[in-house]
Design a protein around this ligand. Structure first.
Ligand code: ADP
Ligand code: MG
Length: 388
């Protein structure tokens, strides 16, 4: 029987996201006009890790194809890999520590010569660093918002004092958007991250620098529509799943048009799911192709493998820009949780299990690993044209 190692990080039982952890500072509202958002500022420590429900659902989807051996991605993982000797590892581990955390499990698999699903350590580390990702995309002529990096207080001071054309000068007409450079799941991305004045820029940059202990990326705010796009497969057969469009009109009155921490973790609950996703997004074919093209170009240039989810927004000219690339995509199984890759898969006629199995099949094909059962999921989605 094929031995499928399954690597994951499970959220501690008591961890909450969108609830308060004792001692965490609270976010302060910017004005009384703000929509209701009792956001604790740093209650997102485990936002990236998976719940038992997700881990069980993935293990269940993998089970027809071999013996599934659960390997929690903690300090014991290297030892377990050596003793369990899986034929392939299905990896969804987000990692424990440091800026290369998402790369650790694949790097250890590589070290032991064990094939694994998903992108390699280099791509995972690159994509977790939003600024380095944008550098690579820009070098290849892929549209992504102009940005500056703020690595320290002194960077901030010199950015604010210089009149250089590169210095961010947010205005009401051309606001900027600030983010911790190496987070995911909208950790550190709340409404206060959109800044229209130098004072707001300074306050938010200082808050992010001190709270998240990493550089801040200050980007031009992209004012247009937003899509998130699932990609499955490799090489010429990589394909974009139906686009998920964001309808920001369904956010609470006064909310900003962003899919940040509030929208992901506070306003969207299984009891009252946010109705802000349209899949397939109703866009004309020209825009659909433009989005698919930029997404597939980014996927290929960054070396993504098997699957990913890529965020896109339109700039002031209507051109699709890459916002960020997620080679370890969120895969919550309950449709009420509004996880976008499973949502896009459903719109393509792929069940949750078929989505997981497609990623496994792509990895097995790529690495020449035999699976116990043939994966019968050959997705019915149209293959988007790859722009050379
Ligand atoms: N430059 C930008 N312009 C406009 N909105 C942005 C920009 N960058 C991020 N956002 C908004 O913030 C959200 C979260 O940012 P993103 O980079 O995707 O971080 P995360 O890794 O947390 O998903 C995006 O989905 C988008 O709504
Ligand atoms: Mg995102």
């Amino acid at each position: 029987m094929t031995r499928i190692g399954f690597a994951y990080n499970q959220k501690p039982e008591k961890a909450t996201v969108g609830g308060r952890i004792a001692g965490a500072p609270r976010h302060e509202s910017r004005s009384s006009d703000d929509p209701p958002s009792p956001i604790p500022a740093h209650d997102d420590v485990y936002a990236e890790w998976d719940a038992a429900e997700t881990i069980d659902a993935v293990a269940n989807a993998l089970s027809p194809f071999g013996d599934v051996i659960r390997i929690e991605a903690n300090e014991d993982l290297p030892h377990r890999l050596r003793t369990e000797r899986p034929d392939i590892v299905f990896n969804i581990a987000e990692g424990l520590h440091g800026p290369n955390r998402e790369a650790h499990v694949p790097a250890i698999c590589e070290f032991f010569g064990v094939p694994y699903s998903g992108s390699d350590p280099f791509t995972l580390s690159l994509c977790l660093h939003k600024a380095r990702t944008k550098d690579v995309l820009r070098a290849h002529g892929v549209a992504t918002a102009p940005f500056a990096m703020i690595e320290s207080e002194s960077d901030l001071a010199s950015l604010l004092s210089h009149e250089s054309p590169l210095a961010p000068r947010p205005t009401t007409d051309a606001p900027m958007f600030l983010k911790p450079v190496q987070e995911g799941s909208s950790k550190g991305i709340t409404e206060r991250n959109l800044v229209r004045t130098r004072d707001e820029l300074e306050a938010t940059a200082r808050f992010l620098l001190s709270t998240y202990d990493q550089p801040v990326i200050a980007e031009a705010f992209l004012p247009g529509a937003e899509f998130t796009c699932g990609v499955l497969g490799n090489g010429r057969t990589a394909r974009v799943l139906p686009l998920v469009g964001m309808d920001f009109g369904s956010l609470p009155a006064g909310a900003l048009p962003i899919y940040g921490y509030e929208a992901k973790w506070v306003w969207d609950t299984p009891d009252r799911p946010l109705d802000m996703f349209e899949c397939p997004a109703r866009v004309d074919l020209r825009l659909q192709h433009a989005v698919e093209d930029v997404v597939l170009r980014a996927y290929r240039i960054l070396g993504c493998r098997d699957w990913s989810r890529i965020d896109v927004r339109l700039d002031q000219h209507g051109t699709p820009n890459i916002v960020e690339v997620n080679p370890l995509p969120g895969i919550l199984p309950n449709p009420a949780d509004n996880s976008c890759l499973p949502k896009a898969a459903r719109a393509a006629g792929l069940s949750y299990d078929a989505l997981i199995q497609s990623a496994l099949a792509a990895a097995a094909d790529r690495t020449g690993v035999h699976l116990d059962a043939p994966v019968s999921v050959r997705t019915p989605v149209r293959t988007a044209t790859l722009v050379a």
